[in-house]
Design a protein around this ligand. Structure first.
Ligand code: TGC
Ligand code: FAD
Length: 395
């Protein structure tokens, strides 16, 4: 593990040469390019858009996909890059998660050849940005209750889409929005959910920015407002219908989050440990007090266990054996762990823990969003509960 802080667990010997190289390259890049600027962006509430092309060069965009200029990383290598991106900031990992798992993945998996050619090469380079519109003002944890709808109209089978999507990462800077909407397929009277690729310049589309966030400040969030937006029939993703369309994308993104939050937790633990080694009170470094050591041990052990879980599930995914509910276990438990590590680390720095220059409070605030998006902690608890009992407690 590329760190000068002790970890009594190493997964280094479990990684092949390519995976180790991807990990150290990602670490070097994020430390060199992101760390000097991230705190200022966070304070200003801006995203470092000037680095998007470099994310593309590093292979962070569409990292696991084949062809179209993508890096074709395996799931473990991908997870290791997520660690390093989120060690810098959850908002940076979010940008790459959305672009890779929620936009490029569904185009690659469910799109036509024409859709893939049009969007994927530019997205892999970071020249084109996408966003994923599922959540609505009145449909968060229960996306099946969405109101956004697409109606077929005219001889060419155009779709006319109306509705509103809320809390959408990257929407204000996106060149294309994937919009999930209910529509009536020919000959059916039951609405089904379908995905549509809605380009930025579509008439009737607007993406107002969401202001006032106290978490994820280095990430751009907005709405997608669709006022009778007309798109050709060829804008629909033909390869999937129903809620499993968006949920299968979420499975990809949640997998990356389960790895990424380890980076935020490691950064908090490592900073807290360094601080407690240096800071003297009652004539001793804080690290020499039993209560401080207890905190460090709890943090360290939780991170090691989270890393083992991510690694194990990564190898399962590599062999096509990872189920959505296992991804719920990974997302749920590792996010909760990182959130606890960050909160404890914050307290270990005393007053300095609330200061931006020490970075921990930023991670702590970001992790509140991560706890909520991509399926809240409670929703994943219920998914796992359903798998364990066969009984659904959602409604
Ligand atoms: P349910 O009956 O369980 O499933 C409906 C259909 O979907 C299939 N399915 C999945 N397929 C692939 N992957 C998964 N993870 C799947 N989960 C379910 C399922 O097999 C079924 O297929 P079929 O063929 O039988 O119809 O659905 P439900 O209505 O009971 O709902 C389940 C529930 C509540 C867990 C689901 O609605 C849910 O996950 N809700 C949470 C919503 C959520 O996570 N929203 C996230 C929005 S996007 C976001 O937050 C991005 S943040 C971006 C950033 O990183 O910045
Ligand atoms: P609600 O669903 O209203 O939930 C509120 C509370 O009630 C939660 O604690 C929840 O766990 C609990 N709850 C709900 N149902 C149950 C139940 N059955 N049993 C017990 N408790 C329950 N969405 C997108 O589509 N695309 C994006 O790119 C995106 N990016 C986001 C970025 C940010 C910064 C944020 C904050 C959110 C983003 N989201 C995005 C939306 C996110 O996925 C939702 O916020 C999340 O799914 C929860 O929905 P909600 O906020 O409406 O909360």
């Amino acid at each position: 593990m590329a760190s000068d802080t002790p970890y009594l667990l190493s997964i280094d010997h479990l990684l092949d040469e390519d995976e180790s190289l991807v990990w150290s390259n990602a670490r070097e890049f994020t430390q060199r390019r992101l760390m000097p600027v991230i705190e200022k962006h966070y304070e200003d509430g801006t995203f470092p858009a000037e680095l998007i092309a470099e994310f593309g060069e590093m292979g962070f965009l569409g990292a696991t996909l084949t062809g179209y200029g993508c890096a074709e990383m395996n799931p473990v290598a991908y997870g290791l890059t997520m660690i390093e991106l989120e060690r810098a900031d959850s908002g940076i990992r979010s940008f790459c998660s959305v672009q890779s798992a929620l936009v490029m993945w569904p185009i690659h998996t469910y799109g036509t050849d024409e859709q893939k050619e049009r969007w994927l090469p530019g997205m892999a380079k970071g020249e084109l940005i996408g966003c994923f519109g599922l959540t609505e003002p009145n449909a968060g944890s229960d996306p099946g209750s969405m109101r956004t709808h697409a109606k077929q109209d005219g001889p060419g089978g155009d779709y006319v889409i109306s509705g509103q999507k809320f809390w959408i990462t990257n929407s204000p800077i996106a060149h294309v929005c994937i919009v999930w909407a209910k529509t009536l397929d020919h000959g059916s009277d039951t609405p089904v959910i379908r995905g549509f690729l809605v380009p930025r310049d579509s008439k009737g589309l607007s993406t107002p920015i969401t202001k006032g966030k106290l978490s994820m400040r280095a990430s751009v969030t907005g709405e997608i407002v669709l006022d009778e937006v007309r798109v050709p029939a060829s804008a629909m993703l033909p390869g999937v219908q129903g809620l499993k369309g968006p949920l299968s994308c979420l499975t990809q993104a949640r997998y990356g989050i389960g790895w990424g939050v380890l980076g935020a937790a490691m950064d908090c633990y490592e900073r807290a440990r360094r601080y407690c080694m240096d800071r003297v009170q009652f004539d001793k470094p804080l690290a020499q007090f039993q209560l401080t050591q207890h905190k460090l041990v709890e943090q360290h052990n939780a991170i090691c266990k989270g890393l083992l879980l991510a690694y194990h599930f990564g190898r399962l995914k590599q062999h096509g054996k990872l189920s959505p509910v296992q991804v719920s276990v990974l997302k749920r438990d590792n996010v909760e762990m990182a959130r606890d590590v960050a909160r404890t680390a914050r307290s270990m720095l005393g007053g300095n823990g609330i200061m931006g220059e020490f970075h921990i409070m930023r991670h702590m605030a970001n992790l509140e969003t991560v706890y909520t998006y991509e399926g809240t902690h409670e929703i994943h608890t219920l998914s796992i509960g359903r798998a364990l009992t066969g009984l659904s407690a959602f409604a």
